[in-house]
Design a protein around this ligand. Structure first.
Ligand code: ZN
Length: 160
């Protein structure tokens, strides 16, 4: 294992053992979206509050593997307090980073300091879905926030 891999592993384990913004958000304007990844057994509920075009509140209640929990934890840290436009950019940068097959590291925004660690997961295609689940759930949450459709939605990796 290279030094970079070692550092990546430590970052992931840190977020897995001490996930940030973990728990339930309560309030009138809070949306919740469920995400499931049947391939691994990851389950999470994302709580989201969008106010004045900003992701004002975001938490995750997760029961997933280390990659899934760490990715969700890093994601909440990166997007919390950010304007929607920036959040959408981060979502596409992250998906590109995880799904592009090239070895080139895309140019990453500074919020990606920890998220970069998840690049190591690309070596294990089956785990990429674990890393993407919180992000795909966030996309659905943002869609609900935009359309005002607050019905409980479920995101599943099964149909991707
Ligand atoms: Zn998983």
């Amino acid at each position: 294992m290279s030094l970079a891999d070692e550092l990546y592993r430590e970052t992931i384990l840190d977020h897995y053992h001490n996930p940030r913004n973990q728990g339930i958000l309560e309030g009138e304007k809070i949306l919740s979206v469920e995400g499931v990844n049947p391939l691994c057994g990851d389950e999470l509920v994302l709580y989201l509050e969008v106010k004045d075009g900003i992701v004002d509140g975001i938490t995750i209640k997760s029961r997933g593997c280390s990659i899934n929990t760490a990715s969700g934890s890093m994601m909440t840290e990166a997007v919390k307090g950010q304007p929607l436009e920036r959040v959408n950019d981060m979502i596409s940068v992250f998906k590109d980073m995880m799904l592009n097959k090239s070895e080139d590291t895309p140019e990453l925004p500074e919020e990606f300091e920890d998220l970069e660690a998840l690049q190591g997961v690309k070596k294990y295609p089956v785990r990429i879905k674990c890393a993407l689940l919180p992000w795909n759930t966030l996309i659905e949450g943002l869609r609900c926030a935009q359309t005002g459709d607050v019905a409980k939605a479920v995101v599943s990796t099964e149909h991707e």
